[in-house]
Design a protein around this ligand. Structure first.
Ligand code: 3SL
Length: 242
C-alpha cells in the first residue's frame, strides 16, 4: 500500500471514472455487504448485484429457475415475490448453497454497479474487516473505500467501518496530507470506535431497521472480524476470493 486510501462518503459522491484502475472496497454494513459476505460464506455460487428490480427480472429470465434466487429489498423491506429479503440471517447454508443470487438493494447494489469499472471491487463490512485489510496490505494498487450510505446521504455505520479499516491499515496516526475523506472516517472511528455495536445502534439506519423489526440484524452486522470471506466482483458476478 503506497498512499493513504481515500474514503468516498456515499455511493453517489464520485464520478465512475474516479475508481478506474483502483482497488475499491464497497462498504454497506447495514446490510447489503454483510448479507453478501454471509451468503458466500454459506456456499452461494455467486451473486449478481443489480441496480434495480427490472434488471434482476431480465437476468432471471435467462437462467434455469432451479439455479437462482431473487433477493433483496426496497427501503429495507423484502420485495414482493422475491425468495429472500436483505436480512443476513435468512442466508443459511440450507437456503443458498450452490445457488446464484440475483440481488437488488436500495443503496448497496447500485453502489457496486457504479464501482464495476474499478480494477478490483471487494465487498467489506465489520464482519470481514480484518480479512480485507490483511489482503490490502499485500497490494501496491491505489485503494478507495466507498461507503454506500443511504440515498445519497452519509451513513454513520459505513463511515465508521471505513475508519476501522483505516486504523487497521495505518495504525493510530493518520499520515499528514491524507485525503479529507480518510481524515473524516478516521476521526469518526477515534471518537466512536470503542463500542462499535453501541455506536451503530444509535445510527439513523439502525433506527429505521428497528422500526421494520430487524433488531437482530443490527447485532449480527456489528460482529467484528468474524469472517475470513472476501467477496470480489469478477466479470459482474461476486464470488469468494478466499
Ligand atoms: O441500501 C441497502 O443496500 C440495504 O442494505 C439497506 S437495508 O438495510 O436493507 O434497509
Amino acid at each position: 500500500m503506497k498512499l493513504t486510501p481515500d474514503v468516498f462518503i456515499t455511493g453517489r459522491s464520485f464520478l465512475e471514472d474516479e475508481v478506474k484502475g483502483k482497488t475499491v472496497i464497497v462498504i454497506d454494513v447495514l446490510r447489503a455487504a454483510s448479507t453478501i459476505i454471509t451468503a458466500l460464506q454459506n456456499g452461494s455460487k455467486g451473486i449478481i448485484a443489480v441496480e434495480d428490480m427490472g434488471t434482476a427480472g431480465r437476468i432471471a429470465q435467462n437462467l434455469d429457475s432451479s439455479s437462482y434466487l431473487l433477493c433483496g429489498e426496497k427501503d429495507g423491506e423484502k420485495i414482493e415475490d422475491y425468495h429472500l429479503g436483505n436480512s443476513p440471517v435468512e442466508y443459511e447454508e440450507s437456503v443458498v448453497k450452490g445457488k446464484t443470487l440475483i440481488f437488488s438493494s436500495t443503496n448497496g447494489t447500485p453502489t457496486l454497479v457504479r464501482c464495476s469499472g474499478a480494477k478490483e471491487v471487494i465487498i467489506g463490512s465489520f464482519l470481514n474487516a480484518k480479512a480485507v485489510t490483511d489482503y490490502l496490505r499485500t497490494i501496491d494498487n491505489e485503494i478507495i473505500f466507498v461507503c454506500s450510505g443511504w440515498k445519497s446521504r452519509l451513513s454513520f455505520e459505513d463511515t465508521l467501518c471505513a475508519g476501522y479499516m483505516l486504523h487497521q491499515l495505518v495504525g493510530t496516526v493518520l499520515p499528514v496530507s491524507s485525503p479529507d475523506g480518510a481524515c473524516v472516517a478516521f476521526a469518526l472511528y477515534q471518537q466512536f470506535g470503542s463500542d462499535i455495536t453501541d455506536s451503530v445502534k444509535n445510527s439513523n439506519h439502525a433506527e429505521r431497521l428497528r422500526k421494520l423489526g430487524f433488531e437482530q440484524d443490527i447485532d449480527y452486522c456489528c460482529q467484528t472480524d468474524v469472517s475470513d470471506c472476501i467477496p470480489v466482483m469478477e466479470d459482474g458476478v461476486i464470488v469468494r476470493k478466499v
